[in-house]
Design a protein around this ligand. Structure first.
Ligand SMILES: NC(=O)C1=CN([C@@H]2O[C@H](COP(=O)(O)OP(=O)(O)OC[C@H]3O[C@@H](n4cnc5c(N)ncnc54)[C@H](OP(=O)(O)O)[C@@H]3O)[C@@H](O)[C@H]2O)C=CC1
Ligand SMILES: O=C(O)C1=N[C@H](C(=O)O)C[C@H](O)C1
Length: 231
């Protein structure tokens, strides 16, 4: 599998290159063409990658977060022509957590849902792609749209919390790889589901698993890590 990497010099790009070497995957260009493009760059980079993949018939794995509506639309358009795996978090743990969050949101009816995420000081988008995908899973489980339920800021005096609200809190600092906590707050108890990345290898492993999956899956469409990992 010959891999082209957009964002190859960045934090994730370097983690993927290191892992790809241990799997003996040559970079594209060394042995001819490209079998798959992996993108961990910026929202503008993702839009360019999607257009490039669609016009060159190359499958795409994209983990870049913080896309605008327009940039996400470009990914959806490209997915009409090629297979694309997109996820705000490529790790096995978060893919499982998403399912657990949906289950808890259904079972713990009436419990208030609050999501807290912490990342390194360099992260530009907030809330994180992971926080949003977990929020989306919770919202869908409660038959509502995330954009209707989401409460992104709290400051000063306001109305009481709406029961359907999904609150987001964000912390940025140091070198934290990524921590996510979904709290379900009932009247007499709190249930907390959480994930802590201990490095970038888990994301990189997921990206390579998605690349292996998508090169074999030549049917155009937009797929998630649940498709890749069969969860
Ligand atoms: N889905 C997942 O599992 C994960 C997703 N991410 C996401 O991946 C993205 C990248 O994160 P990270 O590696 O930490 O970021 P970095 O800033 O370390 O790396 C991004 C790299 O992409 C390059 N780049 C940016 N825009 C373009 C472009 N238009 N064309 C070509 N190259 C470009 C940058 O180059 P330059 O510096 O020259 O601009 C840089 O080398 C973020 O959106 C992050 O949230 C991160 C970890 C896991
Ligand atoms: O920028 C990061 O570092 C990360 N970004 C992703 C996100 O926005 O959720 C995934 C992971 O948490 C690391």
């Amino acid at each position: 599998m010959r891999i082209a990497l957009l964002g190859g010099e960045g934090r994730m790009g370097r983690a993927i290159k290191a892992l790809a070497q241990t799997h003996d995957y040559p970079p594209s260009g060394e042995e001819g063409g490209t079998d798959v493009l992996i993108d961990f760059s910026s929202p503008a980079g993702t839009k360019e990658a999607a257009a490039y993949c669609a016009s060159h018939n190359i499958p795409l794995v994209t983990g870049t977060t913080g896309l605008s509506e327009d940039e996400q639309m470009a990914v959806k358009e490209a997915a009409k022509k090629v297979a694309i795996v997109q996820s705000g978090n490529m790790s096995l743990g978060v893919t499982l957590l998403k399912r657990l969050v949906a289950e808890a949101a259904t079972a713990l009816e009436g419990y208030d849902i609050e999501i807290l995420e912490t990342h390194h000081r360099h992260k530009k988008d907030s809330p994180s792609g992971t926080a949003l995908l977990l929020g989306e899973a919770a919202a869908r489980a409660r038959d509502t749209a995330l954009l209707e339920a989401a409460r992104f800021t709290r400051h000063g005096r306001s109305e009481e919390r709406r029961p359907e609200e999904i609150g987001f809190a964000v912390r940025r600092g140091g070198g934290v790889y990524g921590e996510h906590e979904v709290g379900f707050y009932g009247d007499g108890e709190t249930v907390t589901l959480s994930h802590q990345a201990l490095g970038r290898d888990g994301f990189a492993r997921g990206a390579l698993a998605a690349a292996r999956w998508v090169v074999k899956h030549d049917k155009p469409g937009l797929y998630g890590m649940d498709d890749v990992l069969g969860l």
